[in-house]
Design a protein around this ligand. Structure first.
Ligand code: DGY
Length: 324
């Protein structure tokens, strides 16, 4: 019998996904779920046939430089791949794959969770009840902003942005605006009642809620900076389920503190897992710990999607989700 390929998981995965891989491959699991050091990642790249990292692993040129890599494929567990230097991998002939589609619905659901929680002050209300501070119903208590019928602006109109549009439009009767440098598939905008804005600025000025759905690239780093945040009306809310780098967090905290923005809902942060004190000190921001894809069903599906990429690669076929 042919020797089984060596596959290394850098973090603990849901049991069903690990079991599926273990049936096919000589699997190294991370039972303690402690992030690997750069040294340990390098050792895995040198000794295994495939490495399956996550957003918490940094696979950069410095790591790959000078390594005698055995790995033929880096099959990442997640849709975003900004933690991998794909050019450096490509130059070394290493394939890189991600896990699109399977997490679209859950990430869109979480964007709506944050939007609703921020608008209706759900985080603040929860803290209030748990602190024993609730003195009873009254007409002016914790009034938030109505969501139904308002305007949402989507920065980025890929799969997740469009799934948010669908929820916002059909679920909450919202007017949907979007901006994306890339055109959506024919009919996709019409299907979710979305209208294109020519610039991010025009969208920011027109929306009551802005939700970010663009990848982290050098171009989108701090896209939401002081100037762009200032384009948003003071009654507006910012939602981010994409990547932390897209927002200048300190500029956002200042805008929220000074009442130049009504509220925000964040699932992602620059320099995770650190969250600036300037944000945790505020009541008008809902903060979640990068949970976009965190449903049991989706996290298992992501593992199976990695497996499909590995299976194709080792069968000599093109992996379905190849990004490099
Ligand atoms: C993703 O899939 O990109 C999630 O943010 C976790 O990496």
């Amino acid at each position: 019998m042919a020797e089984r390929r060596k596959v290394v998981l850098t973090r603990a995965w849901p049991a069903a996904a690990e079991a599926h891989l273990a049936e096919r491959y000589a699997l190294t699991r991370n039972v303690d779920d402690v992030p690997l050091t750069q040294e340990a990642l390098g050792a895995a790249l040198a000794a295994a046939d495939a490495l399956c990292p996550t957003v918490t692993d940094r696979i950069d040129a410095a790591l790959l430089d000078g390594l005698d890599t055995r790995v033929g494929i880096i099959a990442s567990y997640g849709v975003g791949f900004d933690h991998i230097d794909v050019d450096a991998a490509r130059q070394r002939g290493i394939a890189v794959t991600n896990t699109p589609e399977v997490l679209t619905d859950c990430t869109a659901d979480l964007a709506m969770t944050l939007l609703l929680a921020a608008a209706r002050r759900a985080g603040e209300g929860e803290r209030h009840v748990r602190a024993g501070a609730w003195a009873g119903w009254r007409p002016t208590h914790m009034m938030g902003a109505k969501v139904t019928g308002k305007t949402i602006g989507l920065v980025g109109f890929g799969r997740i942005g469009r799934a948010v549009a669908q929820r916002a439009h059909f679920g909450f009767g919202m007017e949907v605006l979007y901006h994306d440098p890339f055109a959506p598939p024919p009919g996709a905008a019409e299907a979710v009642g979305a209208r294109r804005c020519d610039s991010v600025e025009a969208l920011l000025e027109a929306a009551d809620f802005v939700s970010l759905h663009c990848p982290a690239t050098p171009e989108t780093r701090h896209l939401m900076n002081h100037e762009r945040l200032a384009r948003m009306p003071s009654h507006a809310f910012l939602i981010n389920t994409s990547r932390g780098d897209v927002v200048d967090q300190l500029a956002l905290a200042a805008a929220l503190k000074e009442g130049r923005l009504a509220g925000a809902g964040l699932d992602v942060y620059e320099g995770e897992p650190k969250v600036p004190d300037a944000l945790t000190a505020l009541e008008n921001v809902v903060l979640l710990p990068h949970l976009g894809s965190a449903s049991e069903e989706t996290r298992v599906a992501m593992g199976l999607r990695v497996a499909a990429n590995l299976d194709a690669f080792f069968a000599g076929e093109e992996p379905p989700d190849r990004v490099a």
